[in-house]
Ligand binder design. Structure first.
Ligand code: NAD
Ligand code: ZN
Length: 251
């Protein structure tokens, strides 16, 4: 097995040679910002089944329950969260002219906050709430969550402008993700268990179109050794720092 240094050097060589890398990120990249993932240690799975509570049917049936168990806590955590070295590293890769686009499954807005300018929000955004009746959008920060579920001026229930299980991926996000993925030369897959579809098929599309696929994740995923060329085992912040130190050194 290759050493961590050798894996990082290999990733740096691929990144230094391209001006068209794309990143696919998942909940793992935001764990170091204090936002729990679904799966893995400390994940929300340990408390309840996200497929049930984050399903559109649960929201329609009992919005107060979904707000109480899931949305309110996430709002409090996300209102406070700031980008970590993983997000900042991807922003620096864009500044260096290497990374073009971030496709994220996260709804926390941290990539934009870190400075990436082309972020495809595959699962929508938690920064906004949408009225289930009139469609009006309200900033999540401005929502008073002391009475649940919070309501719009029209009386309709406010819901996160994010994609729940059982809902469609916004067509524009899906289309653009497929386009940028098919055209990229290197795909960085950071902090995703690569289980939730159709996001998990992006690395496959990249691979089939000749890209090098590099995973950053403390654990192996279904992509590892099958679709990805390299798995760099470790936390997003630490590994991104090491990659950037080597890249900037080489310039
Ligand atoms: P996931 O919860 O299924 O998997 C998280 C992955 O991150 C795991 O493979 C784990 O090994 C890895 N990981 C753990 N710590 C890490 C670290 N420090 N650095 C890098 N990787 C680390 O996440 P998923 O694949 O994104 O799928 C879950 C779905 O839940 C997504 O579709 C997303 O929309 C949603 N979600 C979003 C947020 C958020 O916006 N921050 C949080 C929870 C869930
Ligand atoms: Zn309304």
């Amino acid at each position: 097995m290759k050493s961590l240094d050798a894996l990082i050097s290999a990733a740096v060589d691929h990144l230094a040679a391209t001006r068209n890398a794309v990143a696919l990120t998942g909940a793992g990249i935001s764990i170091e910002s204090g936002i729990p993932a679904f799966r893995g240690k400390g994940g929300l799975w340990e408390r309840f089944d996200p497929m049930e509570i984050a399903h559109i049917d649960a929201l329609v049936r009992d919005p107060a329950r979904v707000w109480k168990l899931l949305v309110k806590d996430l709002k409090e955590i996300m209102d406070r969260a700031a980008p970590n070295d993983g997000h900042k590293g991807l922003a620096r890769l864009e500044q260096l002219g290497i990374l073009q686009t971030v496709i994220t499954q996260n709804v926390d807005g941290l990539h934009q906050m870190a400075g990436n300018t082309d972020v495809i929000e595959f699962h929508g955004s938690f920064a906004w709430q949408r009225c289930m009746q009139c469609g009006r959008r309200v900033e999540t920060r401005a929502v008073d969550a002391s009475v649940l579920p919070p309501r719009c001026a029209c009386g309709g229930v406010l819901r996160p402008d994010a994609v729940f299980f059982g809902e469609m991926i916004p067509p524009m996000a899906l289309w653009r993700s497929q386009e940028t993925t098919a055209a990229c030369e290197v795909m960085l897959v950071v902090g995703t268990s690569a289980i939730v579809q159709p996001a998990a098929s992006m690395p496959l599309i990249a691979k089939e179109n000749g890209a090098v696929v590099i995973e950053i994740n403390p654990e192996a995923t279904p992509l590892t050794g099958v679709v990805s060329d390299i798995l760099i085992p470790g936390k997003a912040g630490d590994i991104m720092n090491r990659i950037l130190a080597q890249l900037e050194n080489a310039r």
